[in-house]
Every structure is written in C-alpha cells, then in structure tokens.
Design a protein around this ligand. Structure first.
Ligand SMILES: [Zn+2]
Length: 457
C-alpha cells in the first residue's frame, strides 16, 4: 500500500453492489456464574490455540510443513476431547474458530513472506496469554439474540445493553474480555454501502502535534490528549503497583486500577476520533491525508508519548472506513511531498523549516502563511491541482506588460534571425511558452528576471 505515491482506496465506489462488513460492539454484563463459565471458555480456546501452535512450531523445527485446519481440528479438538473432559464442558464452535484464526494467521504470515500480501510485514502467530485480552467467537445458529439478553450455548442468557440498533442479522458474535475486566459482545454484520448527498467540496488535512488537525479551509481542531491529562495519576498507580508483592491480591487490585485508567484514556481518544471522522465524511466528498511515518516518528523518544496520545493512525483507519461506507473518496499522498516547504499561493519552495516555525512569509510572492494551513492546502492540491491552474491564470493576467513584450517585440527580432521560416518561428514560440510556464510555476525565484532578459536580447 505504501509503494504508490498517491493511491485511491475507494476505487470500488462505482460498484455499489459490494457488501461491506461492519462491527457493532455492545457492553454485556454477565453474572458471577456466567463469568466463571466464560473464563472457562476463554481458557479452552487459548489451550487449543497454544497446543496447536506449539505442535506446528515443533513440526517446523523437524522440517515438516504445517498441517491443515482439518488435521489440527481432528487432533486438538476431536481427539483431545476424549482425554480432556473439561474441553467438553464448553461450546465447540469457539474452539473451531480459534483454530480457524490460527490457520488464517499462518496464511497471512506466509503470504507476507512471499510478497503476496501488501503492507507491513506480518509476524508469525504468537502464543496467547492468560493476562491479555480474551476472545471467543460464535458463528451460525449457535447463539440467540433477545430483547435485552443474548443466549450463548453452555453459558446462558447474558444481559446486554443495546446502545444502538443492530443494522441487520449478524454473521458472527465475538465475546471479548478486556484487561480492565469489561465484557463486550461484538457482532459482524454485512451492510450495503450508503450514499450521502454530494457536498461538492474537498478537504486537505494536515495532522500535527500541537493542533491535531488543520483543514485546508483554515479550521483548526484540537485533540483531547487524555494521556497527558491522566499521566500523573497513571504514574502514581504504576508506582504503587510496582511496590506490591507479586501474586498478592493487592497487586491484582492495583493492576486493575491501571487497566481501568488505560481503558478510560482509550475510550476518550476513540470517542473524539469517531466524532471527528464522521463529521468530516458528512461534510466533504474527498478527504486527503498525508501518509505519515508514525512508527518512525514514535522512535523519537521526546515525541513518542505525545504522538501516541493523538491516535493519528486510528484517525486514518476510521476515516478510510467511513469514506468507503458512505461512498466518499479517500486519498493519501506520499510522505515525501514537500507540503510544508511550498508556498500554497505561488508554488515557491522556501526550503525546509524547523518544527518551531509556525508562521512564515513567502520570499517570492510575500504571502503570509500559517504553517499548518499552508501544508493542508498543499496536501489538497497534490490530489486536486485545479486550484493551482487558477493561480497560474490570475498571475499571468497580473503581468500583462511582460506578455505584450513577448508577443509584439520578440517575433520580428527572431524572424530576422531565423530568416522568416515559419517552422522555426513556431518552435521558438512553443519553447518560449514552456519557459513562461516555468516562470509562473516559480520553483526558483531567480528564473524570472533571467528569462526575460534572454528573450529580449
Ligand atoms: Zn508565494
């Protein structure tokens, strides 16, 4: 994905018959008995995954290729159930789905190695830990949905809070327990892309640290920065946690406090990004972003915390998905595009600017620029050079004297030199036009006076 300088994600928009998959996530409230049963289910899924993975790893060391999904199912579900009776106490679909996920993880890894898969390199599947986020997926007619409850086989009816209506019949249901011990039900549903009314405008967005997003129309949007606000609290919690005895009840309590705070921070950030991306997709037909090397920037220790607190990547993912859902165009431009160096009025390149330079004046046309707004306009112009053409026209009209010099004075002189041959005349004229264009583009301010002199003498 990163190889193309400028790529269009939403190319399939014209084909509106495509189905989109969407996730709908709701909080669920299992009782104590159900929590025990769910934990048992998570444990079994984890066991099946880890055992199969260890088996595949051993085979790999011995130089044997990975067994298929069916073989793994036979060995680690059907056969294992004869020996391990506790595997029978939970529903079997999540166990199969766990192995399906492992199979997919391997496929992604192999395809990435062979270069069949675009994007970042995929790492081989890892062992699942008891301490991290837990999931179990149900598919088919396995589960039932009710007015205020969901029924799961061998777990029972769990209370659910329908924060919004489900758009259609779900194809799968994933039960999630996050590290703050909150439980969620996440449904996958298939929807048709919707079309929003045409807005007839486009927007370029420059993402930054001090201002989260600067739009090409001059609007500035600040981010909530929840980590920065809660950092003192977090440090305090973490210090207390570090002092507690490993394995103690108090330690678990303190771990939970940290996890809850992290969850809260994440919720604030996600909420802000969802609202902003929805708002933008509603307002604009085309949204242009700059491709940022986030993982590279995070390596800068001074900026890492501030950048991670913003959620640039999540913003891009959300905007991209919403553009696809609502039939908008989403573009990402190359990160090497000199968006902060160029003057958005005349195109003059003023060279690299330090991060602390927030405002600057163009040396060529004298326009005063806000660094971020100028960059946002340039980001939009990479995709839509229409506005640039307008700039060229107006500037050409502003210098009518020079134009008349070219037309009236130059031809007789050259006609003498070229001996009145029409062909050469045309040639020189076209060459002259091209030089004039170059002047208007104005990559270097010095080209203008020089070229005029050349033409005259
Ligand atoms: Zn300028």
């Amino acid at each position: 994905m990163n190889t193309n300088p400028c790529y269009n994600i939403a190319t399939n928009i014209s084909n509106r018959s495509i189905k989109l998959k969407a996730r709908y996530k709701y909080r669920i409230y299992p009782n104590h008995v159900q929590i025990t049963k769910l934990n048992q289910l998570f444990g079994c899924c984890r066991y099946v995954w880890n055992q199969s993975l260890a088996h595949c790893n051993q085979l790999y060391i011995n130089g044997i290729i990975k067994p298929s999904y069916t073989d793994l199912t036979k060995q680690f579900i059907t056969q294992a159930k004869r020996e391990l009776l506790w595997l029978k106490e939970v529903a079997s679909t999540p166990l199969q789905q766990s192995l399906k996920d492992l199979d997919q993880a391997y496929k992604n890894f192999f395809n990435s190695c062979k270069g069949k898969r675009k994007g970042l390199k995929v790492k081989p599947p890892k062992f699942k830990s008891r301490k991290s986020k837990q999931t179990a997926r149900f598919v088919g007619a396995n589960y039932q949905i009710n007015q205020d409850k969901i029924y799961l086989p061998k777990v029972g009816k769990i209370k659910i809070f329908w924060s919004r209506p489900l758009a259609s019949k779900p194809t799968s249901l994933t039960i999630i327990r996050d590290s703050a011990n909150r439980y969620f039900a996440s449904f996958v549903i298939e929807t048709n892309p919707e079309s929003l009314p045409k807005a007839d405008n486009s927007i370029g967005i420059d993402l930054g640290i001090s201002t989260f997003a600067t739009l090409s129309n001059g609007e500035k949007i600040l981010a909530p920065k929840p980590l920065k606000k809660n950092l003192k609290k977090l440090v305090k919690f973490q210090r207390r946690f570090a002092k507690s005895l490993p394995g103690s009840k108090r330690r678990e309590k303190r771990r939970m406090k940290i996890a809850r705070l992290h969850a809260k921070i994440q919720d604030i950030r996600t909420d802000f990004l969802h609202k902003l991306s929805t708002n933008l997709v509603r307002k604009y037909d085309t949204i242009v972003l700059e491709d940022l090397n986030v993982s590279g920037m995070v390596r800068n220790h001074k900026l890492a915390k501030a950048i991670s607190d913003l959620g640039w990547r999540q913003f891009r993912t959300l905007t991209e998905a919403k553009c696809e859902k609502y039939g908008r165009e989403f573009r990402v431009i190359n990160k090497w595009e000199p968006t902060s160096q160029k003057c958005s009025c005349c195109g003059f390149r003023g060279g690299k600017k330090e991060l602390n330079v927030r405002e600057w004046t163009c040396l060529n046309c004298g326009a005063k620029h806000d660094r971020d707004v100028n960059a946002a306009i340039n980001i939009l112009e990479v995709v839509q050079p229409k506005t640039k053409v307008d700039v060229i026209k107006t500037e050409a009209l502003e210098t009518p004297v020079q134009l008349s010099l070219f037309v009236s004075v130059a031809p007789p002189q050259e006609a003498v030199v070229a001996g009145g041959q029409p062909e050469t005349l045309n040639k020189t004229r076209s060459r002259r036009n091209s030089t004039r264009k170059k002047v208007v583009d104005g990559n270097e301010s010095s080209t203008r006076p020089e070229s005029i002199q050349l033409r005259l003498f």
